[in-house]
Design a protein around this ligand. Structure first.
Ligand code: ADP
Ligand code: MG
Length: 479
């Protein structure tokens, strides 16, 4: 005979299944494992914090009704969340109680679970000036627990910065990378990497005081300290930190007073072999409105940039995210996202979440078509620029050849023609230069691309069959 809790949960499932679209059921309910039934409390295990929040947000009423139906009015549900492997501080599942009448209060125990990324970011730093007279300074590190090295996929785009960051976390303050300045355009992982270093330091050296602070917070704290006439406390507080992470230092531009005070904090920390980690949306040379003496200090250590990730890395990032959230998604949808959102990882992740939301809320299944609609609707138009990679894939799929073959040296007519079409569409639909298109399409020079575009234009006028092919590919690309 089956165990009671399994039986109960299976009955719940059959009700739930009838009430939501199949795809949502598969995504959000199949991965759930019933754990136990005690005192009318059914405990179910969910794969991640994200998963739990999703259930609470979208299925709370259904769950409530179903549980009450099976267990009576006194019936309750508890979640057990599997912590991500990397979240070393909580090896055991965390239990969250439900229900209270208001599900927002469901997480009523102060459980230490990975902070929701946004919550973590918006949280105010607890008054930094409360410095206990006792021996040990207690500082909330403000680190987001899911921003680990483990979750930070390595690629050519970030290899240097990532490994330098790792070295720093092994020996904070003692490497040549001090300060370590990480710079890139938005959405490419500066904040994530900076947190990863902080988390890793805390793992390697639990006694070290690590503090993550956004530059805007830092500025506001300073302004407050001036207003309250306790600037010294402010400075002292920061001088006691072992690893200081200051995110988005470009916001210091033009803030002379804050720069001045940061200069002193910087010097103190640096002289005492304390680690500084800074991020910026520009390389140091392009930081305007910054005092030269501060700028020159930024150059003492290592400035490492993060580039846009290549296709493979983008796919790996999406897969990692889905995996750690315990969600399944068709491979072609993942690829589509990775092909089409090329310059900003945050937007790529945003699109992923939108697709999940759309599928669950509007009772649609997660498929390529939905992904396309979502990208058109929800992702900023700027990122909807079709990439050369994507054009190549569509052209090759159309002719049933591989991208490698298309980009090889072969002179076979069909292959050459496919390659010329890919070049033609790349010129027409992307902002890439002829030279770049050439490099991407089998390492050809710009003259070859120009010739390809002319050839395709000529054939369009003279060859009916050819025109049909081009029109069909055009449709596929714009779908
Ligand atoms: P930035 O600070 O440069 O604007 P973030 O650090 O906020 O960028 O990164 C944006 C999003 O992309 C975050 O959700 C982050 O986890 C994710 N991300 C960036 N780089 C990687 C990577 N290499 N592997 C996994 N996720 C990444
Ligand atoms: Mg950032």
């Amino acid at each position: 005979m089956k165990k009671k809790h399994v039986e109960i949960w299976n009955r719940c499932l059959s009700v739930i299944k009838d009430n939501i679209p199949y795809q949502s059921f598969k995504t959000w309910f199949e991965p759930i494992v019933p754990v136990r039934l005690e005192n009318n409390i059914l405990t179910i295990q969910v794969p991640s914090q994200f998963f739990y929040e999703w259930l609470e947000e979208h299925y709370i009423n259904l769950l409530k009704k179903t549980i009450k139906k099976e267990l009576g009015q006194a019936g309750r549900l508890e979640y057990s969340i599997i912590m991500e492997r990397s979240s070393y501080q909580n090896a055991d599942p965390v239990t969250i109680n439900y229900p209270t009448s208001n599900n927002k209060k469901a997480a009523n125990k102060p459980v230490s679970m990975p902070l929701d990324i946004n919550k973590g970011r918006n949280r105010e730093i607890p008054n930094p000036f409360i410095i206990p007279g006792l021996k040990k300074l207690k500082v909330e590190s403000q680190l987001v627990e899911s921003y680990t090295f483990d979750n930070f996929i390595e690629g050519d785009c970030n290899r240097l910065a990532r490994s330098a960051g790792w070295a720093v976390s092994e020996n904070p303050g003692k490497t040549a990378f001090n300060p370590m300045l990480i710079y890139s355009q938005v959405g490419l992982g500066k904040t994530h990497l900076a947190h990863a270093i902080g988390l890793q330091v805390k793992q390697n050296y639990p006694e070290k005081i690590v503090l993550y602070v956004q530059t805007e917070q830092f500025i506001n704290q300073y302004i407050d300290s001036v207003r309250n006439n306790n600037q010294n406390d402010f400075i002292h507080f920061y001088q006691m930190i072992d690893v200081l992470i200051l995110d988005d230092i470009q916001f210091l531009a033009g803030k002379e007073k804050t720069q001045d005070v940061f200069f002193h904090i910087f010097n103190h920390l640096h002289q005492n072999n304390k680690q500084l980690i800074l991020t910026s949306d520009k390389p140091p040379v392009e930081l305007k409105g910054m005092e030269p003496r501060l700028l020159s200090r930024f150059k003492w250590g290592l400035a490492a940039d993060l580039q846009s990730p290549d296709l493979e890395t983008r796919i790996a990032i999406l897969q990692k995210k889905l995996y750690s959230d315990g969600i399944n998604m068709p491979e072609e949808v993942i690829e589509y996202l990775a092909y089409n959102i090329t310059t900003n990882i945050r937007e790529m992740e945003g699109a992923l979440i939108s697709i999940l939301a759309q599928a669950s809320l509007n009772k649609k299944s997660i498929n390529l078509e939905l992904a396309k609609q979502m990208i058109d609707k929800f992702v900023k138009n700027t990122t909807r620029e079709i990439s050369i990679d994507y054009i190549q894939k569509v052209v090759c799929d159309y002719f049933g050849i591989t991208v490698d073959l298309m980009n090889s040296k072969t002179r076979k007519r069909e292959i050459v023609q496919a390659r010329q079409m890919a070049m033609f569409f790349s010129k027409k639909l992307t902002k890439n230069s002829l030279a770049n298109i050439g490099i991407a399409c089998g390492n050809k020079d710009h003259a070859t691309v120009l010739h390809a575009c002319r050839t395709v234009n000529n054939l369009l006028e003279t060859d009916k069959q050819f025109k049909i092919h081009v029109d069909e590919i055009d449709k596929k690309l714009k779908f």
